[in-house]
Design a protein around this ligand. Structure first.
Ligand SMILES: [Zn+2]
Length: 211
């Protein structure tokens, strides 16, 4: 998916409704009035919640294990978590073991949630922590186990070694990590996904303006 393919959801207010569309229509889909004659017509884009992992250096990134968020995400979707290094290469622990991929497949990694990014001053330390993790903890020899040693184990081991203060209290265990850092992002994305799918299905989504 190229940047131009990112679906931008546009919202505007008309005839006491919030209207969500992918393209601004000439007339209001609800009342059929020409929109350009409306003085208070102020369409805006909803913030797109996804990022291309390769263009998000030194980050923790999350995607569905199969498919992408907009098409395939549901409450019980299996999610896959990975790191990027300062060059945007994906560093992950998956069923084949430890993988490092430059020029990652955009279909797989173009629509990710950014769980964490660090400031540029941390890039050198981030990269060297990945090296330490792999060399000192021997991750290249470890064998993937869906339950006990998976992509989350790898990312958590990395974050514990990184010693990044803003998340220090969230990485004690997988549950806290998920509750504090992952669920808020997936919940926010789920709202966008729901609106997007309704627009895809019905052309528009409208909600009464309760303000
Ligand atoms: Zn209207």
């Amino acid at each position: 998916m190229s940047v131009d393919d990112e679906p931008h959801i546009i919202c505007f207010k008309h005839c006491s409704n919030h209207v969500f569309v992918l393209k601004v229509p000439i007339r209001c889909p609800l009342c059929n009035q020409p929109l350009e004659q409306c003085e208070k017509f102020l369409p805006f884009s909803l913030p797109y919640p996804f990022s291309n992992a390769s263009q998000s250096p030194c980050s923790v990134v999350l995607r569905p294990a199969v498919g992408d968020f907009l098409s395939d995400f549901h409450n019980n979707t299996n999610l896959h978590i990975a790191l990027t290094d300062s060059q945007g290469a994906i560093v992950e622990f998956d069923s084949p073991g430890l993988l490092r991929t430059r020029n990652a497949d955009r279909k797989l990694w173009g629509q990710c949630l950014l769980i964490l990014s660090v400031p540029e001053a941390w890039f050198y330390h981030w990269d060297s922590t990945i090296q330490r993790l792999i060399e000192e903890q021997g991750w290249q020899h470890r064998i993937y186990d869906d339950e006990k040693l998976n992509c989350y184990s790898f990312v958590l081991a990395f974050l514990r070694l990184l010693l990044y203060e803003p998340i220090a209290t969230f990485i004690d265990n997988a549950e806290t990590f998920s509750r504090q850092l992952i669920v808020p992002k997936t919940t926010q994305a789920a709202k966008y996904i729901t609106i997007y799918r309704r627009i895809k299905q019905f052309g528009i989504l409208s909600e009464p303006d309760l303000l």
